[in-house]
Ligand binder design. Structure first.
Ligand code: ADP
Ligand code: MG
Ligand code: ZN
Length: 608
């Protein structure tokens, strides 16, 4: 999975330090040779020869060596150095005869400027290092605020621009409605004049809303790729990390640059982090509100016809400040929902293009087994499958790789080393067959696809996988009730066969309760209440938390009815298993032997 590149933000002091170092190196190593002042070390002999030949033009004695210059055949001057030799007097005579300027110097290195600088750097080094260390510490403590503050300014303007996103609509699968809505924006960016001529105002902003991993960020990039315009992107969380006043300044900066680069796209990811409802009471987050106010001001301030389109993405639209959704701001809302069966198949195909597949691969079957999976999860399934193929030393990915990776994504990796006693293995097998049998003996429930008692890293000791034949968007009361019965089937089998119960049903209990509650409080499938909303969903895209919207009295009645519904489903499950005890034993024995059985094997034993 690719992530956006985060612009690197090193503190200023870091660059200062690097610059000093480079300057020092430049002076000591490069500059002398560049300016022809490289000094060659030679023998004392060579000096005498050169003096005799009359090539020497100047000799300087330093405390531990002679520096001298001599002309070569072509008359070019070279610099040489050599160590001291005790017979000065003779050399002195010769130099005088030859008329060469000579003398000593005050002991110093050949480039005083460099020496000073270098010694400066060296003496400052500990302080510089300390500074870098401390700014890093502060950065960590303040969540990046320090770095942002120090590198803030016009000069780092480029951080937002991602010239070519390299994504197009073909990279996004199964979001046809969203793509259609965005096509108009692409067209507008291609040719703003066409819209201006007729006097049409395109919405300034579009808000992509949907659960995580459905391709919102990807879609925004694809719009920029399709329109081939600059893409200014910033994530809402980046605003919040900053010092007071920085967020607003950054918004101003961002929009100013966007205005200069029009037509272009400004993309604000995770806009909910700055766009949360402003609180009227005291103690709100001032910084965030300032940033939001600045954003609103900027959106109102610039001319929509210029060709700047603002896209934003969020998975918590319910928390957004209403002001953001007013006409002239993010008035167009583009849902990016979890993909349906067709969409899942299309997404698998898009990502399947990047890996080598063999002929056994059936994306439709995988798509059917992954109801509720997001695009990101599907991409992950393909990748996990490819990794498994590599692990097993194969060069192509086959269907069982993909099936295994579906299970990895749902339930985690197999725990091969887990030690489970024979007795517990029996309980687990009967439990799983209990689920499967109840499912198979009811009319309105999805066919069993696979049963396994191999433990997984998620903590699951076994599971029964059911796969719907087609896509379902509605659920009847009967289906809901049967689902609860199936969920209780595991515990029912334990009770019937072992006359005791285990903790293995905890996940079933949770799911059954959730289902029963939803049926009663939200779907109007209760006996006591009519079409009355007893609970409301607060965040539809993130786990769908609910809040009660009824009196405590009613809440108690709801609990009672939930309990009743689960109890009667549980009784139904026990009834089904009592009628099929022979099959229960036969299937459980088979499962203990095989550890994993397919839906076909299951049906074969059940029917014959
Ligand atoms: P979001 O922003 O909605 O949370 P992303 O756009 O970041 O989701 O999606 C993460 C990754 O998942 C993408 O980079 C892509 O690989 C994959 N993905 C998600 N949705 C789709 C899709 N509809 N088609 C193809 N790939 C998708
Ligand atoms: Mg995203
Ligand atoms: Zn169970």
């Amino acid at each position: 999975m690719k992530e956006e590149k985060k612009p690197s933000r090193k503190p200023l002091i870091f660059y200062y330090f690097v610059a000093l170092l480079v300057w020092g190196l430049f002076n000591t190593l490069l500059a002398p040779s560049l300016f022809g002042t490289r000094v060659e070390e030679v023998t004392y002999n060579f000096l005498l020869e050169q003096v005799e030949a009359g090539n020497v033009t100047q000799v300087v004695m330093e405390n531990d060596r002679y520096l001298f210059s001599a002309l070569d055949e072509s008359g070019k001057e070279h610099l040489y150095k050599t160590g001291l030799w005790p017979d000065y007097s003779e050399l002195t005579e010769q130099l005088r005869e030859a008329g060469v300027a000579f003398g000593g110097t005050i002991p110093a290195k050949n480039n005083p400027l460099i020496t000073t600088l270098l010694s400066c750097v060296i003496s400052l080094l500990p302080i510089l290092l300390l500074g870098v260390f401390m700014s890093n510490m502060m950065k960590k403590r303040m969540g990046g605020a320090m770095g942002n503050a120090m590198s803030f300014g016009k000069s780092n303007a480029k951080v937002y621009v991602e010239a070519q996103t390299g994504k197009t609509f073909t990279d996004v699968a199964g979001q046809d409605e969203a793509k259609e809505a965005l096509t108009e924006i692409v067209d507008f960016l291609h040719n703003p004049q066409k819209y201006a001529d007729i006097g049409a105002n395109l919405p300034k902003g579009a808000l992509l809303v949907g659960p995580p991993g459905t391709g919102k960020t990807l879609l925004a990039k694809a719009v920029a790729g399709e329109a081939q315009v600059p893409f200014f992107s910033i994530s809402g969380s980046e605003f919040v990390e900053m010092f007071v006043g920085m967020g607003a300044a950054k918004v101003r900066d961002l929009f100013q640059q966007a205005g200069e680069k029009a037509p272009c796209i400004v993309f604000i990811d995770e806009i909910d982090t700055i766009g949360k409802k402003r609180e009227s009471n005291m103690g709100g987050n001032d910084e965030r509100e300032q940033t939001l106010n600045q954003l609103l001001t900027e959106m109102d301030g610039f001319d929509g016809r210029k060709g700047v389109v603002i896209l934003a993405a969020t998975n918590r639209p319910e928390t957004l400040d209403k002001a953001l959704l007013r006409p002239g701001r993010f008035d167009r809302r583009i849902p990016v929902e979890l993909p349906d069966l067709k969409g899942r198949e299309a997404i698998l195909k898009v990502h399947g293009k990047n890996v080598r597949l063999d002929s056994t691969v059936d994306f439709n079957a995988i798509a059917r087994a992954t109801s509720g999976a997001s695009g990101a999860e599907l991409a992950n399934i393909i990748n996990e499958g490819a990794l498994r193929a590599v692990r097993q030393g194969r060069t192509t990915v086959n269907q069982s790789d993909l099936e295994e990776s579906v299970e990895v994504v749902i339930a985690g990796y197999q725990r091969k080393g887990a030690v489970i006693s024979e007795h517990e293995k029996q309980i687990i097998a009967y439990h799983e067959i209990g689920h499967a049998l109840v499912a198979a003996r009811q009319t309105e429930s999805a066919p069993v696809h696979k049963i396994t008692i191999i433990p997984r890293t998620s903590g699951a000791l076994g599971y029964t996988m059911q796969v719907e034949e087609g896509e379902k968007v509605l659920m009847t009361r009967e289906e809901g009730f049967n689902k609860i019965a199936t969920l209780t089937g595991g515990r029912a089998a334990e009770e019937l066969i072992f006359c005791s119960i285990t903790s293995g049903a905890s996940n079933d209990i949770e799911q059954a309760t959730k289902m029963a509650r939803a049926m009663i409080t939200r779907y109007g499938m209760s006996r006591n209440f009519d079409m009355m909303a007893l609970e409301t969903v607060t965040n539809p895209y993130l786990g769908a938390d609910t809040t009660l919207s009824c009196s405590p009295d009613t809440a108690a009645k709801i609990d009672e009815e939930v309990n009743e519904m689960i109890r009667s489903a549980h009784e139904k499950a026990i009834g089904i298993l009592k009628e099929n005890t022979d099959k229960l034993h036969e299937l459980a024995r088979y499962l203990i032997e095989k550890e994993t059985i397919t839906g076909e094997e299951f049906m074969e034993i059940l029917n014959g």
